[in-house]
Design a protein around this ligand. Structure first.
Ligand SMILES: [Zn+2]
Length: 484
């Protein structure tokens, strides 16, 4: 129903989301302030309303298709996740434009004005931080605490310090780090009166830390789980997945061939692992990796809980690309800080010295090329999802126009007609999700009595793959699954 320019209206609270059926009809879990007194939002629901109490939310990772709708939950409900996920969630919210669907970490108070819900004036009220719980005891440095408590802009923050917890209500929970295309991804197990119920979150075996996913499967197997909720994004992908190492190797070859020319690397938002892959390539080739301020903000926030992630302010290879625009708030602060350290580069510097940089941009920032004016013969390495839908084909068409205009050579860019990457240009992206054979392998090791496919468009494909070993229950919207 919704897309880039057609969004649920924040001024109508929960109404738009209920009307379309995007939120489940569970009364008692949402933010009261999103139910305006003049509109009975619950009357919009066609399905049966269930009165519900939530002890906690288990958040597997900070991708918005998993975390985004936490925005609508009552901020008193605790969110259980890794410290990495919590810090990424805050950095993502801090650096996004006050979007109604991105209030994952803290809520902006709203009030009724006439027949609209508007955010309250800053002077009048503070943001409310959600209670985050880390399943592993985590010592936060004073710098990390300062980041967590910090409000963006002039609004104050009613902050809540994260607490350690291995329980959700009365239920014992276990957490397992897994490998995915965002740091901090976690699988969970919950001990119920009938046995353990395990949830994979999003995961893969072919990533750099695929061993974590394997270890999760072995440990989950020891619980002899009653049920496994398994992601199945790529259950229809039989071919072997490209690894992050292969991406590094392939991209490196290309970069070496483009000496003296500008190289642009385009990869998915928040894929910091890919960013660090390009950092390594840049470093080996004697180039600097120029990143946008929002990526620098994510990296420096993550560095606070993952010291092995480089702090861009202190790293020899990373530099912040200074877009030609009026900056304010967190971004202004960040740019000033990096500028003082001599860690920014402007388009004009890049033009003068284009062979010295790899620039991390996406299609949505492509107009920066107008300011850089790269010379012909540079590269645009598309290191993003290779499967594109009907709508994205138009974006790819536009992207190719831009590259053509500036004489940049496309590498790994899909063909807008077929939606596929040419055979000899594949291998510049590694999927964040397990392939069909990886999923079968994981489920075989975990050996649950019941498998419940989630996060997939093809749940029925689990049946032929794992149906002989486990009972497969395909979930239906609004239908509870009772585990016996
Ligand atoms: Zn994900």
């Amino acid at each position: 129903y919704f897309e880039e320019y057609l969004k649920p209206r924040a001024s109508r609270g929960l109404a738009d989301l209920f009307e379309i059926g995007l939120l489940p009809p569970l009364r008692g879990i949402y933010r009261n302030e999103l139910e305006p007194s003049w509109d009975d939002v619950w009357a919009r629901l066609r399905s049966e309303i269930k009165d519900t109490h939530l002890d906690a939310v288990l958040l597997s990772h900070a991708h918005l298709d998993h975390s985004g709708h936490i925005s609508f939950l009552n901020p008193d409900i605790p969110v259980v996740c890794s410290s990495t996920t919590a810090f990424l969630a805050k950095a993502i919210q801090d650096s996004s434009k006050g979007d109604f669907e991105k209030e994952v970490c803290y809520t902006l108070p709203r009030e009724e004005q006439g027949r609209l819900l508007t955010s309250r004036t800053r002077q009048k009220s503070a943001s409310t931080q959600r209670q985050f719980c880390f399943p592993h005891p985590t010592l936060l440095s004073s710098k990390a605490q300062a980041f967590w408590h910090k409000a963006i802009g002039s609004r104050e923050m009613r902050f809540k310090h994260p607490i350690a917890s291995t329980k959700a209500g009365n239920l014992k929970i276990k957490s397992f780090p897994v490998d995915h295309s965002i740091y901090g991804a976690t699988a969970f197990a919950v001990e119920t009166s009938r046995g353990w119920v395990v949830y994979t979150g999003d995961l893969r075996l072919h990533g750099k830390t695929g061993h974590k996913t394997r270890k999760f499967a072995e440990e989950a197997a020891r619980l002899q789980p009653l049920a496994l909720l398994s992601e199945g994004t790529n259950i229809d992908k039989e071919e072997e997945a490209t690894t992050e190492e292969e991406v590094m190797h392939n991209a490196w070859q290309k970069v070496k061939e483009a000496e003296g020319k500008l190289i642009v690397a385009d990869f998915g938002p928040r894929n910091l692992e890919r960013l660090l892959t390009f950092r390594q390539i840049a470093s080996e080739c004697g180039r600097a990796l120029a990143i946008l301020s929002k990526d620098a903000y994510l990296l420096q926030s993550l560095h606070l809980v993952m010291p092995e992630i480089p702090d861009p302010a202190a790293d020899d290879t990373l530099i912040v690309y200074e877009e030609v625009k009026d900056v304010s708030g967190w971004e202004k602060e960040l740019i000033t800080h990096y500028k003082d350290k001599g860690k920014t580069v402007q388009p004009i510097d890049m033009r003068r010295d284009e062979g010295n940089y790899i620039l991390c941009l996406s299609f949505w920032d492509i107009n920066e090329l107008i300011d850089i004016k790269p010379s012909k013969g540079g590269l645009y390495i598309y290191s993003s999802s290779e499967a594109i839908d009907e709508e994205q084909r138009f974006d790819i068409k536009r992207l190719r126009q831009w590259l053509d205009h500036f004489g940049l050579c496309p590498v790994g860019v899909p063909d807008p007609e077929t939606g596929k990457v040419a055979e000899d240009e594949q291998g510049f992206h590694s999927s964040g999700h397990a392939s069909a054979s990886e999923l079968s392998e994981l489920i075989e090791v975990i050996n649950p009595r019941i498998v419940i496919p989630v996060h997939t468009e093809r749940p029925e494909l689990f049946l032929p793959k794992v149906g002989a070993q486990s009972q497969v229950i395909i979930p239906e919207i609004g239908q509870p699954i009772r585990l016996q």
